[in-house]
Design a protein around this ligand. Structure first.
Ligand code: TMP
Ligand code: MG
Length: 296
């Protein structure tokens, strides 16, 4: 690794860190620092990126899993949702299949899961309890991450194929749903008595984040003075989350490689600038962001 980069950000020597081209990382960071933190925006995935993949050897829930495991779902539905997870999650992380092959299957997964959830007539005012009683956990050092971005007025766009209502509740209960946070996700549509009837708008799944970004050009227009992007993701589908950014100058992509490390490491190294292997913390993203704001 370039000695200077290590000096700039000592956390990049952590054992979890892998980089294909440290020199490029260094150049990108130097260029962003020169432009100033008022030109930076952060675009992040939620499930398994801002939340932990595992804790004490046990898997942590995604937004969908928070509902699947809650009292708001009956046992039969829980079984069906678990079956869907057991069928489709191995496909999601299968590096031997192409995105083209996986895409229709992912649409199938999301569509079936949402149909099952709608049948349960979930009540809006029960969501907070489901989140409170869940084992959802944001990654270690999340407080510094959210607070630091807020203090420096750096916009944080959370772009999730999970469930917006649930993820907002997770960050609200953690006390970090600050005014600089904006969420694009699948939102629930409730009727006048507060019962779930459908999901709003276009479905977001893990392989259409590019289309989602392009539908939200208004948001990116507002941020056109911030052409420097730090992108955080855990899936190769997350790489297109910044495609709506106009006149992008620099992008630094940080990817969490949580599962099936040996099979997927090469493709992650080719796609992400910094790969964090089985790292449950936000230590490295925080160090990068502190560097970009002059360690303040
Ligand atoms: P994202 O992290 O890219 O936004 O994607 C959301 C995750 O949600 C993805 O890894 C698959 C997962 N998921 C479930 O756990 N259960 C479900 O029923 C569905 C549809 C997705
Ligand atoms: Mg994810």
């Amino acid at each position: 690794m370039a000695a200077d980069l290590k000096k700039m950000i000592p956390e990049l020597s952590n054992t979890s860190v892998c980089m294909r081209d440290p020199k490029k990382v260094q150049e990108t960071l130097e260029s962003m620092v020169k432009a100033g933190s008022n030109t930076v925006q952060v675009i992040s995935d939620f499930d398994m990126t801002l939340t932990r993949f595992a804790f004490n050897g046990k898997r942590c829930p995604t937004c969908h899993n928070i509902l699947d495991n809650s009292k708001l779902i009956d046992d039969e539905c829980r079984e069906q949702l678990k079956e869907l997870l057991n069928t489709y999650y191995p496909i999601e992380i299968d590096s031997s299949r192409s995105v083209e092959e996986k895409l229709p299957l992912m649409v199938e997964w999301w569509t079936k899961a949402h149909e099952l959830l709608v049948q349960q007539e979930i009540k809006k005012d029960m969501l907070a309890m489901a989140v409170r009683e869940s084992e959802a956990m944001l990654r270690e050092s999340y407080q510094l991450f959210f607070d630091h971005l807020h203090e420096h007025s750096i916009p944080l766009l959370i772009f999730s194929a999970g469930i917006g209502d649930i993820l907002e509740e997770v960050i609200r209960q953690a006390g970090v749903f600050h005014s600089n946070v904006k969420v694009f996700s699948n939102y629930m549509d409730f009727d006048e008595s507060g019962v779930l009837r459908a999901f709003k708008g276009e479905l977001i799944h893990i392989y259409n984040k590019r289309e989602g970004a392009l539908l939200n050009t208004g948001h990116f227009k507002e941020l056109r003075t911030r052409p420097n992007v730090v992108l955080l993701g855990d899936s190769l589908g997350d790489l297109t989350m910044a495609d709506g950014v106009q006149d992008m100058e620099n992008i630094l992509k940080i990817g969490f490689l949580n599962d099936k490390v040996d099979e997927r490491k090469q493709s992650y190294l080719e796609s992400y600038d910094i790969v964090l292997v089985k790292d449950e913390t936000l230590e490295v993203p925080n160090a990068v962001l502190l560097y970009l704001t002059g360690n303040k």
